[in-house]
Design a protein around this ligand. Sequence first.
Ligand code: HEC
Length: 219
Amino acid sequence: MAGRVETPIQWNNRWQLLLLSLLVCIPASQLLADDDAEAVQFDRQVRTIFSNHCYACHGPDANAREGDLRLDLEQSVFSKRDPVTIQPGQASASEIYRRITSDDPDLQMPPPDAKKPLSDEQKATIGHWIDQGAEWESHWAWTAPQPVQVPGARKMRGVINDIDRFILTRLGQAGLKRVQPADPVTLIRRLSFDLACHPRPNRSGPSLKRAARMPTTSW
Ligand code: HEC
């Protein structure tokens, strides 16, 4: 035992160290979880950028196509090209990323005269998508629906059905709070715009008043 003289102070230090490592680990693991949550979804986030900013010259229209590159087709994007268009897992080795982040007007995509510049956020989204493996998804309209896990805690305030759980969870991720439910008159007005493209005629006055007294849950 002579070699293992441990004073209470040293033990304290150990506990402090343990506590410190816990403090350091917790945010790190949360960060990892956030990274997971922020996995870029090709169909929702990347295809929309390609479609708005690139398809005019790299889309289905053969007459307008430039550089013999189609960004609407997986086999074109991942075909053997030199330089390689997309190197999954490595944005910096991908011509597409070099082009969208280039300052050189001769290389920059979209070309400056197309007047469709990408925001820094859009460039980062494409970069993250490539770094995360550049997984291609077919258009959602052609994808068979899959059962998904309903998100959120079992008890959530203000949940009427599971759709609310998806919405509340997503609002929470975006740091947003939901607003109070609209009153019945406003709901009728919105519904009228949706269905008839104009508000209800005046003669509906009395029923609007009646509607205003109805609880929103009866809609
Ligand atoms: C106004 C037309 C136009 C738009 C819009 C456009 N491009 Fe291009 N793109 C071109 C032309 C022309 C070339 C061929 C000349 C060159 O290589 O610079 C090209 C070439 C490329 C190349 C190199 C192809 C190769 O293999 O050599 C990539 C990658 C590319 N574009 C990506 C994009 C991306 C991503 C977008 C949208 C964010 C986009 N482009 C939008 C016109 C356009």
